[in-house]
Design a protein around this ligand. Structure first.
Ligand code: NAD
Length: 432
């Protein structure tokens, strides 16, 4: 069994209150759309915030108590959908913000889900595998019937992975006394996971980037690209884009940054990380690139496209003015702060916002749920075909709103999403 403690190394560095950021973005879209107070009241606040104290017996016999959350921001368009994060810095507000963004993201790509998110305050690297399983199962057992294929469908997020989804699914199925794979997505293939899920986020980003390049009248062949983060999203992005003839001139991870202006051989970089515990550390020794003294300088390179695929709040008021890329494709969630957003918009940088750009992940999660319900499994080819259609259409929907209201793509994505959520709210009306 894989050691699930050695999973994703992303720390949520929310230097600002993420929920306030989400509300600022929402309020800007409300202003553009001219929504009424009643319409806003129907969709602004989360529907349900569950706060739990999880008691877990540790290997040494002691009992430890872990704080945990599940936020269901909206159930208007379908069951809540969103990942569960295991991290020592998880806060209630962070989970509320991430749940809010899931409502928006699912509506942008027009899949029949609301938004949700979960989190446990824990540093999973400090737990044994057995303790991690006990904690995961306790969380899902406590959530009880608040989760379910028709209620709320969690998925992996920072520091959670397919093995943890398997424990979630098993715990729920035991309680329900039935096989219920549709309660979570991001499961191992053997338990009803979907083909194509691993590269889905990067693949979705590639479709939106191709649309952006076309819209801006740029040449795709030889486009230069810098990528921050070389985990699931970043490394798959590098592989897919280099296969398309684009030139990856810089890559980085938490251990350092590397550049090669003639283009990095991405296959060599992926092999390097496989041999080095998933990290790029010492990659220059392969001869495929030079080390960069200041890894943050990657964000300021003179490239056509910048792809943040690591952390929140990387492009801030401090470095936004130095960004030279024409396009920023946000693979990561929240890599650009609201202040930096303003600066970049002023400079005419075309941003493909996270809620559109990285929505390929949740879209293939939707396909996984559909396949679980039908108990019929698609080929990878079919998954990619459907993803291609949804991502390109979503990009065009957002672009059309951006042109119609004369607003940046991020505000436009909120507008598209909120038009859909508001319409559903009107049609459903209020029960009692
Ligand atoms: P991951 O853990 O697989 O990879 C994260 C990468 O970021 C690692 O290479 C890590 O070393 C690097 N990193 C961490 N700190 C860094 C730093 N200071 N400078 C440079 N690199 C640093 O995570 P992932 O799944 O690839 O997710 C990356 C981002 O994409 C996150 O913001 C996540 O929320 C977002 N995202 C991922 C998915 C998905 O399906 N994987 C879906 C939607 C959004």
């Amino acid at each position: 069994m894989t050691d699930v403690r050695k999973t994703q190394g992303v720390a949520p560095l929310m230097t600002m209150n993420a929920y306030e950021n989400a509300l600022r973005q929402f309020d800007e879209a409300v202003r553009v759309m001219g929504l009424t107070e009643n319409q806003v009241a129907m969709i602004r606040e989360p529907r349900k915030i569950i706060e739990l104290k999880l008691t877990v017996r540790m290997d040494d016999g002691s009992i430890q108590v872990f704080q945990a959350f599940r936020v269901q921001h909206s159930l208007m368009r379908g069951p809540a959908k969103g990942g569960v994060r295991f991290h020592q810095d998880v806060t209630r507000d962070e989970v509320k913000a991430l749940a809010f963004w899931m409502t928006i993201k699912c509506a942008v790509v027009d899949i029949p889900f609301g938004g949700g998110k979960g989190g446990i305050v824990v540093d999973p690297s400090k737990l044994s595998l057995g303790e991690l399983e006990a904690l995961s199962r306790r969380y899902f057992a406590e959530l009880g019937t608040d989760v379910g294929p028709e209620q709320d469908i969690p998925a992996p997020d920072v520091n959670t992975n397919p093995q943890i989804m398997a424990w979630f699914m098993d715990t729920y199925s035991m309680h329900q006394r039935r096989h219920a794979p549709g309660v979570v997505t991001g499961k191992p293939l053997e338990l009803g996971g979907s083909e194509g899920r691993t590269q889905a986020t990067a693949q979705g980003m590639v479709y939106t980037l191709e649309e952006a390049i076309r819209h801006l009248g740029m040449e795709q062949d030889g486009t230069t690209i810098a990528i921050q983060g070389f985990g699931n999203a970043g490394s798959n992005a590098a592989l897919l884009l280099s296969e398309k003839g684009m030139k990856i001139v810089a890559i980085s991870d938490v251990t350092g940054a590397y550049r090669n202006d003639t283009g990095i051989d991405v296959g060599t970089a992926v092999e390097w990380t496989k041999a080095n515990g998933g990290r790029l550390i010492g990659f220059h020794e392969s001869g495929a690139a030079e080390p960069m003294e200041d890894p943050m300088a990657l964000l300021e390179l003179d490239v056509d496209v910048l792809i943040p695929a690591a952390l929140e709040n990387q492009i801030t008021a401090r470095n936004a003015n130095n960004v030279k890329a024409k396009i920023i494709a946000e693979c990561a969630n929240g890599p650009v702060t609201p202040e930096a957003d303003e600066i970049l918009n002023g400079k005419g940088v075309f941003i493909i916002p996270d809620i559109l750009c990285n929505a390929g992940g949740v879209t293939v999660s939707y396909f996984e749920w559909v396949q679980n319900r039908a108990a019929y499994y698609w080929t990878e080819e079919r998954v990619l075909e459907e993803l291609d259609r949804i991502m390109r259409k979503s990009f065009q929907d957002v672009l059309a709103a951006s042109l119609k209201y004369d607003v940046p793509m991020r505000v436009a994505a909120f507008v598209v999403a909120m038009e859909r959520v508001t319409k559903t709210a009107e049609l459903r009306g209020l029960y009692a």
